[in-house]
Write a protein that binds this ligand. Structure first.
Ligand code: FUB
Length: 328
């Protein structure tokens, strides 16, 4: 009889939810994160993200940038907010997409923010730190790029989403944009531009460009929107044998992020493997569900075919805990 009661009790007890394996997606589950930007520094991969804090009815509420790091792509160390948009005295709000690179023994953060009323519109800020975990401080005391510097643009938020890339000759380039994509060489001081701003907008470009190089090929990967066929962003890319172009459109790399209008690529090679960071809106934290302004960073394996083209990537729950195409 006792045995029957125990069997009935066990049958009626719901199974405890299985804890997700470390490293499965989304990789950060205790806060909403967006716009992932990885960079390898020594034996760690650092990941800089925006912090989504939108309440009900809010589109975005982003006030600071966060940093995480890992040595194994499975377990992530949180380093806290590394900077707030309020630390740029000339900026009004919006800690939007950022990227950090190391150069000259220092760490340079380029970020999209809203400029104050003296130069209305979005702008690109630059900050510097002596360690990857910060503290980062405003390196220029003014915008590096402001809306008046791209007068051909059609809207006030075209100067967002900087990607920075140092070529083999040591020159650093910055590309950015929303609907128009621009590129310019950075000065050796990292806080000025050196040369004319050129427009390089690839097909269906929406925002979130990411520059990287593999072998002799340059890749411009970005959030794309083909308004004729879909309503949420996907990731597309183009390649070139020189940063001067011409860029060859290579089509879509991913579909859309679950529940998310935006998707934002970040690419890194770490310990001999390639990774594609993205975000979606599939995370729920307590009573807060995913939304346009409550996103979650994910990561997938990235691989290339014999021609150097990136193989299509699907956002998965298993993420990098699954075998990659590059695995035997
Ligand atoms: O996170 C705010 C904005 O949404 C970013 O700057 C865009 O790339 C999009 O993800």
């Amino acid at each position: 009889m006792r045995r029957l009661a125990l069997t009935l009790l066990l049958a009626a007890t719901p199974l405890a939810a299985e804890a997700p394996s470390p490293g499965s997606n989304p990789i950060i589950r205790d806060r909403f994160t967006a716009d992932p930007a990885p960079v390898v520094i020594g034996d760690r991969l650092w990941l800089y993200t925006g912090h989504d804090e939108a309440g009900e009815g809010e589109m975005f509420n982003m006030r600071e940038w966060l940093a995480y790091s890992t040595t194994d792509m499975r377990t992530w160390t949180y380093h806290g907010p590394i900077m707030k948009v309020a630390d740029f005295a000339w900026a009004a709000k919006d800690a939007w997409a950022a990227q950090v690179i190391a150069k000259g023994g220092r760490y340079w953060l380029y970020a999209a923010v809203e400029h104050d009323a003296t130069k209305p519109g979005k702008a690109i800020a630059v900050a510097v730190a002596d360690r990857p975990e910060g503290p980062f401080t405003d390196a220029k005391g003014a915008a590096l790029i402001s809306n008046d510097m791209t007068p051909k643009g059609t809207h006030s938020w075209e100067d967002i989403d900087p990607t920075v890339f140092t070529d083999d000759d040591g020159t650093t380039w910055i590309a950015w944009g929303n609907r128009q994509c621009y590129i310019v060489r950075l000065g050796a001081d990292m806080v000025s531009i050196d040369g004319p701003i050129r427009e390089i907008t690839p097909p269906h470009f929406e925002e979130g460009p990411w520059l990287h190089k593999r072998g002799g090929l340059y890749y411009l990967t970005y959030a794309s929107l083909d308004r004729a066929t879909h309503t949420d962003e996907r990731v597309s890319y183009a390649t070139a044998t020189s940063l001067d172009g011409p860029w060859t459109y290579r089509g879509e790399l991913t579909g859309s992020g679950e529940g998310s209008f935006t998707i934002h690529p970040g690419i890194a090679e770490f310990k001999g493997r390639w990774y594609l960071f993205l975000h979606n809106a599939a995370l729920t934290i307590g009573e807060r569900n995913g939304a346009l302004g409550r996103r979650a960073v994910t990561v997938e394996h990235l691989s290339y075919d014999a021609q150097g083209l990136m193989r299509p990537v699907t956002q998965t729950a298993a993420g990098v805990t699954a075998l990659s195409d590059a695995d035997p």
